[in-house]
Structures are given as structure tokens and as C-alpha cells.
Design a protein around this ligand. Structure first.
Ligand code: SF4
Ligand code: SF4
Length: 238
């Protein structure tokens, strides 16, 4: 999946520290790359390794993103790839929304695609100087796509850590603590409970979508386990 975002238009609605220009002052065009459903995992299991872990999918998607950035750079378009991951300066959900990938749920905060529901992943953003592809239209579909309005909200009850407040905010620290203690080992129950795009859930034995962020990353970010003795600025690289 890919979508184009006008960096200046996007930045107008973001807090200063989350603006594209705080990462790349000359950027006008953002190409957002993602994957929906199980297609990436199935490609990888055919071509790379039979069992696709989230780490493998992430690594592969990142290499592909860097490859595209290098091609653009070679064509004379100054460009850099940034991973859309835990600790990313860019707001993942809002960027996906601006790229036309879906709507950020006002209930769970998950990014919901009309076909894939919550079974999509943002992978990387290519920050390109100026507007080499011309003017960028607003691609957001959020004004017309409101899947949570008539939903019984099973995503809330399904979360054993009660990480979602029901108003679109999620406490990732709660989620991390729960998972550090051994909960939600194979996948996110909230995501699995959402009726949207349920046909794109991982099949048994597939782990491509098991979690948006891997447990070791969360443990490091939130200072869990051995990381509790490491200062925050070292753990989070800030
Ligand atoms: S992984 Fe588990 S604790 Fe975290 S949000 Fe999903 S259901 Fe809640
Ligand atoms: S379960 Fe319902 S309320 Fe929760 S994210 Fe999915 S559509 Fe929205």
C-alpha cells in the first residue's frame, strides 16, 4: 500500500515535535508505505522463510522501503526513508489517515482500513524534498468512513489490560506491562475482536500481524525487565 501526503498541509494540524519538517525541513512530499492483509507474509513465506515472524516482515519491508528511497535518490529526488515504528517522531495513525489508508478509530485508536480493518501495518515514510510528482490532493477518507459509530465496541472488552479508554486513546505502557507479564503472547485480542476486515486476520500458524510492536522493543522503551536499570534517554535514544 502507498499513499501521498502533502507535508505542509499535514504539518498544519500536528504539534511542533511531530511535524514532518522537524525531521526533514525541505520535505514537501511524503510517500507512506504499508501492507494490508496477509499478502506480504505469504510472499515472504514463499520466497524467504516458511515461518514469517513480525520481525522478518518488518525487516523485509524496511529493506524494500530503503531500496525505493535509493532509486528516487538516484533519479535526482532528495529523499530519506524513516521507519514508522515505536518511537517514531511522526504520528503513525494520523499519517496513515492522511495517506488515505483509513480512519483512526475514535474508540480504540486503531487505524481501520475499509477492506483490511485493523489488519494493516504502516511500514515506512519516504520524505522527499519538494513536489516531484506535482500537487498532492487530500487523500483522507476519514470524513466518510466511520466504522465505529454503529459498533458494539468488542475491541474494548477484549483487552485484558484495559489499555483503551474508549475515546481513541490507548495506554501503550499498560499493554507493554501486560505483555511483559506473559499476556497476549500471540496477538492483540482487541484487534482480533474487531469485526472489520476479519477475513484478513492471520491464519493459524501465521504471525505477520501478531503485534504492532514487538515485545523486546516495548520492554526497552518502557524500562521493563533488565531495562529498568537503564536511563530513559539511553533506552529511548532521546
Ligand atoms: S496486545 Fe493485549 S494488552 Fe495490548 S492492546 Fe492488545 S489486547 Fe490489549
Ligand atoms: S471493534 Fe468496533 S469500535 Fe472497536 S475498532 Fe473495531 S469497529 Fe471500531
Amino acid at each position: 500500500m502507498f499513499g501521498l501526503v502533502d507535508a505542509k498541509r499535514f504539518d498544519r494540524c500536528q504539534p511542533p515535535e511531530q511535524r514532518v519538517h522537524s525531521l526533514a525541513p525541505g520535505c514537501g512530499t511524503v510517500v507512506v508505505l504499508g501492507s494490508g492483509g496477509r499478502a506480504l507474509a505469504r510472499d515472504l513465506s514463499r520466497q524467504v522463510a516458511p515461518e514469517v515472524t513480525p520481525a522478518l516482515a518488518e525487516q523485509h519491508a524496511w529493506h524494500r522501503s530503503c531500496h525505493i528511497a535509493a532509486l528516487l535518490q538516484g533519479e535526482g529526488f532528495p529523499c530519506r526513508a524513516v521507519a514508522l515504528d515505536l518511537g517514531s517522531r511522526l504520528p503513525l495513525g494520523r499519517l496513515g489517515e492522511a495517506a488515505g489508508f483509513g480512519t483512526v478509530s475514535p474508540v480504540s485508536g486503531m487505524l481501520l482500513h475499509p477492506e483490511f480493518g485493523p489488519w494493516l501495518r504502516l511500514r515506512a515514510a519516504l520524505l522527499i524534498d519538494g513536489y516531484p510528482f506535482g500537487e498532492i490532493q487530500d487523500a483522507s477518507i476519514a470524513d466518510g468512513f466511520h466504522p465505529c459509530c454503529n459498533c458494539a465496541r468488542p475491541c474494548l472488552a477484549a483487552c485484558p489490560a484495559q489499555a483503551h479508554d474508549g475515546r481513541g486513546q490507548s495506554d501503550l505502557g499498560r499493554c507493554a506491562s501486560h505483555r511483559h507479564a506473559g499476556g497476549c503472547e500471540t496477538g492483540c485480542c482487541s484487534r482480533a475482536a474487531c469485526p472489520l476486515g476479519s477475513e484478513h486476520r492471520d491464519d493459524a500458524g501465521e504471525f505477520a500481524h501478531s503485534h504492532a510492536f514487538h515485545l523486546p522493543k516495548l520492554q526497552r522503551w518502557f524500562g521493563l525487565g533488565v531495562w529498568r536499570i537503564v536511563p530513559t534517554f539511553l533506552r529511548q535514544g532521546r
